[in-house]
Design a protein around this ligand. Structure first.
Ligand code: ZN
Length: 128
C-alpha cells in the first residue's frame, strides 16, 4: 500500500469523525470489521476491504483519567482516555473525553459520542 493511499484513508477517517462517524473496514473475505488503521485482517490475513461508516456512538468499556492535559488542550483540566464499543457493530474504539476528573463521572456503560478529531490526540468524545 502506498503512503499516499494511506494518507487518503486517514483523511477520510478524520472527515468521518467530524461528522460523528467512525470509518471502519470490512474484510471482503470473512466480513470482519476493524478500524481503518488495520492493514491485514486479523482473522483471515485478507487485505481487501470495503470501507463502511458507522455512527460514532457507543458504551464505555474502560477508561483512564489523566490530570495533566495533553499538549494543545491547555483549557482542559483533566480528561479521560476512553475505550468504548460502538452500538452498531462490536468494534472497540478509543478516544479523548475532556472534563472528567473522577471515575464516578463516567460509569462503565455510559454513552459517549465522537464529536471530532484532533490531529495530535485522535478522536474527541463527549458524554451523552
Ligand atoms: Zn478477513
Amino acid at each position: 500500500m502506498s503512503e499516499f493511499l494511506h494518507l487518503g484513508l486517514r483523511e477520510k477517517f478524520i472527515s468521518a469523525a467530524r461528522k460523528s462517524n467512525i470509518l471502519a473496514r470490512e474484510c471482503k473475505n470473512c466480513k470482519s470489521i476493524m478500524l481503518e488503521t488495520t492493514i491485514y485482517c486479523p482473522k483471515c490475513q485478507g487485505d481487501k476491504f470495503n470501507l463502511v461508516e458507522y455512527m460514532g456512538i457507543g458504551k464505555v468499556n474502560t477508561f483512564t483519567i489523566h490530570t495533566v492535559p495533553p499538549e494543545g488542550f491547555d483549557d482542559v483540566e483533566s480528561y479521560a482516555w476512553v475505550v468504548f464499543t460502538l452500538d452498531e457493530v462490536p468494534l472497540r474504539v478509543s478516544g479523548f473525553l475532556p472534563g472528567i476528573k473522577f471515575p464516578s463521572e463516567l460509569p462503565i456503560g455510559s454513552k459517549v459520542q465522537v464529536i471530532g478529531f484532533d490531529e495530535r490526540h485522535g478522536l474527541l468524545l463527549h458524554k451523552l
